[in-house]
Design a protein around this ligand. Structure first.
Ligand code: NPQ
Ligand code: MG
Length: 378
């Protein structure tokens, strides 16, 4: 940094805008917990005298992935989170989690607020999120999550199209009745070299261990969150009964819970999602804890707009992230996004290098998809 230049490390919040948008998905996305056809997202815009910052809340419109949903996130942000940040005067992103700690739970709401402050702060300082994180790559390999389909032939067509587009890793959503058959069909059609994994989103119980062991011959990279969110011990037992490495998603809610799950033998791999764990800073700590224990991590996805997608690309560019993430191109989910789209280049997504998120919101499209705006002031 040039002599005499001062790095601004805090943000004076004069207002925060909470904006709800509705984006149609290019195709319905079916998982073991339901089928989504549109994305109801909550955006957080932190406004300060020195500029603004954007955050994206990854809560769904219903409590199907975890207990949070977009209305509870907006309510807790409005009523409990922002008043604490306003009361603190100037805030730095590194202080946000501590200031919000007295409020229990609501990690996705907290993550969105921290992200907006972090973006504002880094834009002021002229530093990219990737540099702030210590990212070591300028592009990241891109994986794709493939929803449950109506038939195996249909699944093979969908997977073929994603492979043609260049995706380097395929994740199949599974549930009881849609597991061994689709995995076997994809292996047979696309061969042993395909990087392939599955995600059950908690749809099984330990009593299904024999069924899940039938996936052993297919050389999957991992099975993600087969059992309930709070069944950490069950995952440890399952990990002893199957050959496929167990990866946790929903169960890992903090760096502490990651350390506990690793110590219990409940996971050999971790899916890191900033929203699920209360923010990008906690996500970085989880990656560090995992790496210290020799546990590979990868960056998950929550159907983010370009705002969250850019931030995920920066996170996925950190050295601990040794497996391809669910950081797909924007057109995997959206025909039109609120930012310039992220595109696949030789199976990779470019990591933004501009200040903050390094992603610019397109005002006209943003207005078109906005369904409500609320401004909160101190
Ligand atoms: C997962 N994501 O890894 C999640 C689940 C998921 C890309 O598989 C709206 C918002 C719909 C968030 C559907 C992927 C969603 C969502 C599924 C998250 O478990
Ligand atoms: Mg998952």
């Amino acid at each position: 940094m040039a002599p005499g230049r001062v790095t601004v490390r805090s943000v004076k919040l004069t207002a925060v805008e909470l904006r709800r948008i509705n984006l149609p998905l290019v195709a319905p996305f079916r998982t073991s917990f339901g089928t989504e056809v549109t994305k109801d997202a909550l955006l957080v815009r932190a406004i300060s005298p020195d500029g603004e910052g954007w955050g994206e809340c990854v809560a769904m419109d219903a409590p199907l992935y975890s207990y949070e949903y977009v209305e509870t996130a907006q309510d807790v942000i409005r009523r409990f989170l922002l008043p604490r940040l306003f009361a603190a005067g100037e805030v730095s992103a590194g202080q946000v989690a501590h200031l919000l700690e007295p409020i229990k739970g609501h990690p996705m709401a907290k993550a969105a607020v921290e992200m907006a402050v972090l973006d504002a702060e880094l834009r002021q300082a002229g530093q990219s999120l990737a540099t702030f994180f210590g990212a070591t790559r300028d592009r990241v390999p891109s994986g794709v999550s493939v929803g449950i389909q109506d038939s195996v032939p249909q699944l093979l067509d969908v997977v073929a199209a994603f492979l043609d587009a260049g995706y380097v890793r395929i994740k199949l959503k599974i549930e009881p009745g849609w597991d061994v058959e689709p995995v076997q069909a994809v292996r047979e059609r696309f061969g042993d070299d395909l990087l392939l994994q599955v995600d059950a989103n908690t749809a099984y119980t330990l009593g299904d261990a024999r069924q899940l062991a039938k996936l052993d011959p297919f050389d999957l990279l991992l099975i993600e969150q087969p059992l309930a969110e709070d069944d950490v011990r069950g995952h440890a037992e399952l990990a002893r009964r199957i050959k496929t490495p167990v990866c946790l998603d929903e169960s890992v809610t903090s760096a502490r819970s990651a350390a506990d799950a690793i110590a219990l033998g409940a996971c050999q791999i971790i899916n890191v999602k900033p929203g699920r764990v209360g923010g990008y800073l906690e996500a970085r700590r989880i990656a560090a804890v995992a790496a210290a224990n020799g546990v590979p991590v990868w960056c998950g996805g929550m159907l983010e707009t370009g705002i969250g997608r850019g931030a995920n690309a920066a996170l996925a560019a950190c050295p601990e992230f040794t497996l391809p993430g669910d950081v797909s191109a924007s057109d995997r989910f959206y025909a039109r996004d609120i930012t310039p789209p992220f595109v696949l280049e030789d199976g990779h997504i470019r990591v933004p290098d501009g200040p903050g998120l390094g992603v610019d919101v397109l005002p006209d499209i943003l207005e078109e998809v906005t369904v409500a705006v609320e401004t909160i002031r101190p």
